[in-house]
Design a binder for this molecule. Structure first.
Ligand code: SAH
Length: 396
């Protein structure tokens, strides 16, 4: 089957990163291609010496010319190939997920060797997002296999946003299999109940990547007075309440998210006195409140969505971390996150350190945090590792 797919030729020496496990080849590394190739074609990447290296999706319209599907250049990318990949992804989740959890990331794109395919499970529904021209061509096979393997009531597609633009793809939203999801799906995460709107919520409805970090924070909550900034639908707050928080204030600017947060808090048996939800700009709130906290959670949206935003984003991170440090009691805890692709863990640590220093505080790192094991990433693929968090104990 060696000659089944056309070849793309890499420049001399430009095969190194692929060999080291990075799943992308950038356009500058491609010397030429065989024949007339269309976005999303499957190709064999070969070295300058014509040695076949790997199979992947090709897209001449994107900066990322090649996305790795398999290091075996002799396989056929057919229905059986996708079924095997999807089954592998499902069985990994069966291994790594805690009990009482019906919402999680089922397929994490490159991290599951399916470049550009994101599938999240929300109880009886799946939310799917297709972000590459290559995956777009296999939409039908993937939807069919997911329906067979997972038996959901429905599959809803939310293919939108920047990643698709970079691949020159249009938006595509709507039910692609079975029933249209209801406006509110009730899911459980570690035995807690949450309402999720997969049609119009942020991301695909819930920040599944923070699951393990919510457990970390829960264990630090007993008797604590907690501030949860950028709280979305209050997931961190509900865990804090279960962990015994004296009080946990959720601060979020979206009233639609706040309404769901209030519902989540009540549904899990906690009161609005213990868990008040405040509609506010977190930057402003942090600056204006006079209260002192035992624990502060900062989980802002990605401030840097592109490389050019990094400096501005760094200022944003610095600002909220500086303000939070001022509001912590001596020995208080700060759980601070960045989900900006372009802010590395090292850079984030530097920014937070600078913020604390400017606040006249010092901090010790208790642990670093990232996405849970239902979000696998390739070790050689730093771009896949976007969520980074620091748990700090802050003193003067
Ligand atoms: N921690 C949440 C996810 C946070 S996502 C969870 O675990 O579910 C970031 C949130 O910040 C979004 O809900 C967004 O609406 C909100 N947001 C963005 N800018 C804000 C601002 N200036 N002040 C308050 N909230 C803001």
């Amino acid at each position: 089957m060696m000659d089944k797919y056309p070849r793309i030729f890499l420049k001399p020496g430009r095969d190194a990163s692929l060999s080291r496990g990075h799943p992308w080849v950038f356009s500058g590394a491609v010397a030429g291609v065989e024949g007339q190739l269309e976005p999303g074609d499957i190709v064999v990447a070969v070295t300058h010496e014509r040695q076949p290296l790997a199979l992947g999706f090709y897209n001449p319209a994107s900066d990322i010319s090649f996305r790795l599907l398999t290091a075996d250049p002799t396989v056929a990318v057919d229905h059986a190939f996708w079924r095997k990949r999807i089954r592998e992804a499902i069985s990994l989740r069966e291994k790594v997920l805690p009990g009482g959890t019906t919402a999680y990331r089922l397929i994490n794109a490159e991290g599951d060797w399916m470049p550009g395919l994101i599938v999240d499970r929300y109880a009886d529904y799946l939310a799917i997002s297709i972000e590459t021209a290559g995956m777009e061509r296999h939409r039908e096979a993937v939807v069919k296999i997911l329906a067979e393997e997972m038996q959901p009531l429905g599959i809803y597609e939310r293919s939108e946003g920047r990643a698709r633009q970079l691949e020159s793809l249009d938006e595509h939203n709507g039910a692609v299999y079975g029933e249209h999801p209801p406006p509110a799906i009730e899911i459980t995460e570690d035995h807690l109940c949450f309402k999720v709107d997969i049609v119009s919520g942020q991301k695909t409805g819930f920040f599944l990547d923070q699951r393990t970090n919510r457990n970390i924070v829960e264990r630090l909550s007993d008797e604590a007075n907690i501030l949860n900034c950028f709280s979305y639908t209050g997931a961190f707050s509900v865990y804090c309440a279960r962990g015994g928080a004296r009080r946990v204030i959720s601060v979020e600017s979206s009233e639609a998210a706040n309404e769901i947060a209030r519902w989540n808090i009540e549904k899990n048996g906690f009161s609005s006195e213990q868990c008040p939800v405040v509609k506010a700009d977190a930057f402003k709130y942090l600056r204006e409140t006079k209260e002192i906290f035992d624990l502060i959670i900062l989980d802002p949206p990605a401030f840097a969505k592109a490389k050019k935003d990094v400096t501005k984003a760094a200022r944003g991170y610095k600002d909220i971390n500086l303000q939070a440090a001022r509001l912590l009691r001596e020995g208080g805890l700060l759980a601070t996150f960045s989900c900006s692709n372009y802010i590395s863990e090292a850079l984030f640590q530097k920014i937070v350190l600078g913020a604390l220093r400017d606040a006249g505080k010092s901090a010790r790192l208790l642990q670093t945090m990232g996405a849970g094991p239902d979000h696998p990433t390739n070790l050689g693929h730093p771009e896949g590792h976007y969520l980074t968090g620091l748990l700090l104990i802050v003193t003067t």
